[in-house]
Design a protein around this ligand. Structure first.
Ligand SMILES: C[S@@+](CC[C@H](N)C(=O)[O-])C[C@H]1O[C@@H](n2cnc3c(N)ncnc32)[C@H](O)[C@@H]1O
Length: 295
């Protein structure tokens, strides 16, 4: 397996600047300046619509990204933000363990919550859905701006659902590197706890060192017949096509203790070998690789 394969470049670099709206609000302006420093992006004291491909704007109630030039389908209309409130985690259908994603992760009893690494968190919608069902989830997103937008929507949705928020962790990292680290820690397995392998990882990470499931939803191939929603189009513009997804599957297969789940378009080839089983969802297919006991 290629151990040091570089992260594939985004299709075209997107020039993003950070600002606040209204810029007269000193607190928002400070928050925007801090965010610009964290993300290593230019900070604009006054929003300027020229010179940038996109503006990441701190507003009183949410963080939004507006595309200013390029793709016509992205430029018009409202700027994009994460919106986990649109994910149904409350109705009986939304909470049902009979839905395809729950079956795919093999989550059967709420009293035995599955521990899931969502290695391609994106907008964190699947992370949130799985945590809403009762799973304990670590979402991993490698793109800094996508991660920041997802964390913002997670915190907003979490305000009304503190128990679900408690089960959802989101980090910014390349999951290939994280999974490789976990695989190595498990190889040199020693006593856990102080001084043991993984001791330097934050406590919230410890339970994910032996995840039941690694869940993957890399970008679907572009040019599909089904129209993409604007947030997904935006994701594609920022992150590209996830050309290294097959490598991610390989690491996932080495780390998951029970299953690897790969979300695919309904008619697409599997990303790895033939899956053990598949579940059809709405416009998607979940390929499941059941992990045989490791000797
Ligand atoms: C199709 S989106 C996932 C959407 C997500 N399932 C949701 O519910 O919002 C794919 C995301 O995976 C991220 N990604 C792809 N490869 C990754 C990797 N190796 N590590 C972390 N994130 C990755 C991309 O940056 C992109 O944001």
């Amino acid at each position: 397996m290629a151990e040091h394969a570089p992260t594939p470049a985004a299709p075209d670099p997107v020039l993003i600047a950070v600002c606040a709206d209204p810029a007269s609000d000193r607190e928002l302006l400070k928050a925007a300046a801090r965010l610009a420093v964290d993300l290593n992006l230019p900070f604009l004291e006054k929003p300027a619509r020229t010179g940038w491909d996109a503006l990441l704007t701190v507003t009183p109630d949410r963080l939004v990204l507006a595309i200013l030039r390029g793709d016509a389908a992205l430029k018009g209309g409202k700027p994009v933000s994460g919106d986990l409130s649109a994910i149904d985690i409350a109705s009986s259908a939304g909470r049902s363990l009979d839905q395809p994603i729950a079956k795919a992760v093999g989550y059967k009893k709420r009293s035995e919550p599955s521990v899931v690494i969502d290695a391609t968190a994106g907008w964190a919608e699947d992370s949130w859905l799985l945590a809403g069902l009762g799973c304990r989830v670590l979402g991993v997103e490698r793109n800094k701006v996508v991660f920041t937008l997802a964390r913002d929507s997670l915190l907003r949705a979490g305000a009304g659902n503190p128990d679900v928020l408690m089960r959802t962790h989101l980090i910014q990292a390349d999951a290939r590197h994280l999974l490789r680290r976990i695989a190595r820690l498990n190889q040199n397995d020693g006593p856990s706890g102080p001084g043991g392998p993984g001791d330097d990882l934050p406590p919230s990470m410890q339970e994910f060192l032996r995840p039941d499931v690694v869940y993957l939803d890399p970008m679907f191939p572009s040019g599909r017949k089904t129209a993409e929603r604007k947030p997904m189009k935006l994701l594609r513009k920022l992150v590209g096509d996830d050309g290294d997804a097959a490598e991610l599957v390989e690491w996932a297969l080495r780390v998951a203790t029970k299953r690897v789940v790969v979300k695919r378009p309904p008619k697409a080839e599997p990303l790895a070998s033939e899956p053990t089983m598949s579940f059809a969802g709405k416009g998607v297919r979940y390929d499941v690789y059941v992990i045989k006991a490791r000797g």
